[in-house]
Design a protein around this ligand. Structure first.
Ligand code: ADP
Ligand code: ASP
Ligand code: MG
Length: 440
């Protein structure tokens, strides 16, 4: 069984939705098709939710009306027959009645999450009806029946697998099983989500739960590139990556993959293939256990990083000190990304800052604390890059004009990270493109 995930731009225009219908139909064997919301929809739902949270009902209604218009134009082009045009209208009108119902009531965090789920619920229903119109053997499998997260917002992979088993047994005769990316239930049984970009994660959770032959992530680019194509001019697709390499790139900012996508796939050794919906012949990127030898593979950047330095002359390197520091971050469920130590100070970085004030208050018990916001981690990934002669020389001579706040080497064999002020991010990525990939 294959899992095929199509992102927002892949379903964002009626002709693209028709194209992916062809693509999944022509692919042999049974497959689970995971869809995102149409491009722009989740952003619009976020905007509507933000207005409603602030009590700005008129602004929210304007956004809702615009979104509704977009969907009405979409179905007009998607369906060919009057009968299915009517079905399309019925679906859109049902969803927008519900969205307005959510907007009219007491709007809280729970309604907000329910609102965000409407994008994927709509796109899958519209796609399913398109296949119905073309008499293609397909079924909708609601993600809210099997996808769940626990108290710590971690996906419950075993439960997901257990729930999927009987569902898939009953769907043995169906070629195309359609489900929603991104959405799930939380431990309170409420509707929740896997965070922005989470449809990739849905695909890999399903693929790992059913031990799929392959998890395919179809998007608007021909695979993982060696650098961020939104920032540097010349980039190229990488044909193969190991799970470790891809995992570092996704976690450290390569937007093509949700940061956690690779984790379950790696655990269950299910290969992940990145493919381009706009150019299906392009080879894309295969992510698997197989190692390939090129030293520098790719760089990625993660913004919104806060660096914290704790300075204390007496207790710092005494044993037990780092444990106490880490315990504070653990208490506030705040992961640490980079760390570097000296005899008198320790610097570390976080990107989740909801509890920053509490953390800083606790840390001041140990010494003086300095905070730098608006930092960016630039992560350089490659095969055994962490322990090869000459690698650091190449990186640092490329970055000779950039002030570097922190460096991390030796944490893993395939990643070297540097922390720079976000003002230098574009310059850093460009300098690395020239210095290590020789792309001027
Ligand atoms: P989807 O809507 O299909 O999930 P995304 O917009 O989330 O698509 O991800 C695809 C985009 O990721 C590309 O259009 C590209 O601009 C961006 N991107 C950032 N870094 C990389 C990279 N290293 N390789 C490929 N794409 C990247
Ligand atoms: N629709 C969601 C988002 O825009 C999930 C996804 O597209 O992966 O974040
Ligand atoms: Mg995405």
């Amino acid at each position: 069984m294959l899992v095929m995930k199509f992102g927002g731009t892949s379903v964002g225009k009626p002709e693209r939705m028709k194209k992916i219908a062809n693509l999944v139909t022509e692919t042999p064997g049974q497959k689970i098709v995971v869809l995102s919301a149409l491009s722009g929809t989740t952003n619009a739902l976020v905007a509507i939710g933000d207005f409603l949270m602030k009590g700005e009902h008129v602004a929210a209604e304007n956004e809702i009306a615009n979104l509704e218009k977009h969907y009405l134009a979409f179905i007009e082009e998607l369906y060919g027959t009057e009968n299915f045009q009517a079905i399309g209208h019925e679906i859109v009108s049902r969803f927008f009645i519900f969205i307005r119902l959510l907007a009219a009531g007491q709007f809280d965090d729970k309604s907000y999450r329910e609102l965000l789920a409407q994008g994927e619920l709509m796109s899958t229903e519209l796609f399913y009806q398109h296949l119905q119109e073309r008499k293609i053997n397909a079924r909708l499998l609601p993600a809210l029946h099997f996808m769940s997260i626990d108290e710590n917002e971690e996906p419950e992979l075993e439960k997901i697998a257990q729930r999927l088993k009987p569902l898939l047994t009953s769907l043995k005769q169906v070629d195309i099983i359609i489900t929603q990316g991104y959405i799930c239930r939380n431990y309170r049984n409420e509707i929740d989500n896997l965070k922005r970009g989470g449809s990739d994660y849905t695909a890999s959770l399903i693929g790992s739960a059913i031990l799929a032959e392959e998890i395919q992530i179809w998007t608007d680019i021909d695979g993982m590139h060696n650098n961020d194509p939104r920032i540097v001019k010349k980039t190229y697709p990488i044909s193969e990556l190991t799970f470790d390499e891809a995992s570092e790139l996704a976690y450290f900012g390569a937007k093509i993959l949700h940061p956690s996508t690779i984790v379950p796939a790696q655990k269950y050794h299910v290969p992940v293939r990145l493919k381009n919906t706009m150019d299906e012949k392009a080879p894309g990127t295969l992510i698997s256990d197989k190692e390939t030898a090129s030293v520098f593979k790719a760089v990625a950047a993660k913004d919104g990083i806060t660096a914290i330095k704790i300075k204390s002359s007496r207790m710092l390197m005494a044993y037990g000190f780092l444990r106490k520091v880490f315990e504070i971050f653990e208490q506030y469920k705040t992961p640490i990304d980079m760390i570097s130590t000296s005899e008198v100070a320790v610097s570390l970085t976080i990107d989740y800052t909801n509890h920053l004030e509490e953390i800083l208050t606790e840390l001041t018990k140990f010494g003086s604390v300095e905070v730098d916001k608006n930092q960016t981690i630039v992560c350089i990934v490659g095969h055994r890059i962490g322990n090869q002669a000459g690698v650091l020389d190449k990186i640092f001579s490329s970055l000779r004009e950039i002030p570097i706040r922190m460096v991390s080497v030796g944490g893993s064999y395939n990643n070297i990270s540097v922390l720079v002020d976000t003002r230098y991010k574009d310059q850093t990525l460009t300098a690395l493109n020239e210095g290590i990939f020789h792309l001027a």
